[in-house]
Write a new protein. Structure first.
Length: 305
């Protein structure tokens, strides 16, 4: 029997799913289902949207015969029990206190013992990069995602690490103090928007627009320089303490690496840090690989430990 699972990546505006063959360690085909789901909608609208995407993804197979469904989910979330505790972060408020796993099983007509498993979205990205991305040869690494938020996961032997080797108890860095706030406020899209508005009084839609401006605009280039300096300064002690062999960068902002990479590497050099920096080529597929892998019982048991 083929061990095929669905990997699902949950974003604030969409869900993306793919079928993954756990025996062959590759996606079943090139088909990717991406469905718009408004994170500000009601509980039923959100969960019905996710269920619809799962049904569409499994239409070539019997859903009940799949090994399971793995979700790469933003937090705060009770991952082992499938309960959302997301509140006050302008998304998924309607799911607060909801057992997402049980609700989805009801909508999909699945038995209670069917595998629906959850893990942090940044952790799923890091797992996917470690297993099949550019970082497969590294025993220890830090994977980060730069976008609407700052996702971070330390990986040792292909598994997330937390509470040891200098890594925070929860394994994440988004809440760590930096400058006059926390890291998440400095290493996300909103930092670029605030920095540009502070210097010009004008608004910019996001990093893509700013990177296009940076081709000819010295002020925009300067904002990227500052971002790279800040990111390198912040990450250096964590990478050193963990003895990471590489840093993997994913997320939408990684596409602008050419604009902030020089100052990032200079900050590492100033900290006497030697680490390889890799830009993700898998991007969202890394999170889909990591989430699909949650349905592998042997891997999941190691993950839980």
């Amino acid at each position: 029997m083929n061990r095929i699972s669905i990997g699902a990546d949950i974003g604030g505006s969409h869900i993306t799913c793919r079928l993954f063959d756990l025996d062959k360690n590759k996606f079943v085909d090139d088909r990717k289902v991406r469905l718009s789901v408004n994170c500000h909608s009601s509980k039923d609208e959100i969960l019905n949207g996710w269920a619809e995407a799962i049904i569409e993804t499994s239409k070539t197979l019997d859903l009940k015969e799949l090994l399971g469904i793995g979700f790469a989910m933003p937090g705060p979330f009770d991952y082992p029990n499938g309960i959302s505790w997301i509140k006050g972060v302008q998304k998924f408020d309607a799911l607060y206190g909801v057992n997402v796993g049980s609700e989805l099983k009801q909508r999909l007509g699945l038995t209670e013992n069917f595998r629906i498993r959850f893990e942090n979205d940044a952790a799923c990205f890091a797992i996917g990069e470690s297993l099949q991305g550019r970082a497969t040869d590294f025993e220890r690494l830090l994977a980060i995602t730069l976008g609407t938020g700052f996702g971070t996961t330390f990986i040792g032997n292909h598994l997330p690490v937390a509470g040891i080797d200098g890594v925070p108890e929860d394994g994440f860095l988004y809440h760590i103090p930096f400058r006059d706030s926390i890291a998440d406020d400095y290493f996300s899209t909103r930092w670029f928007q605030k920095a540009y508005q502070k210097q010009t009084g004008k608004q910019v839609s996001g990093v893509k627009e700013l990177s296009e401006m940076a081709l000819t605009d010295a002020l925009a280039r300067g904002i990227f320089d500052t971002f790279g300096q800040n990111l390198g300064t912040f990450l250096s002690p964590w990478l050193k303490e963990f003895n990471a062999g590489c840093l993997v960068i994913g997320g939408n902002i990684s596409a602008a690496f050419d604009f902030f990479g020089v100052e990032l590497l200079r900050a590492f050099q100033n900290a006497n840090l030697q680490v390889e920096v890799l830009i993700s080529t898998l991007q969202e597929d890394a999170a889909l690989i990591g989430s699909a892998k949650l349905c592998d019982d042997e891997f999941y048991s190691k993950l839980k430990k």
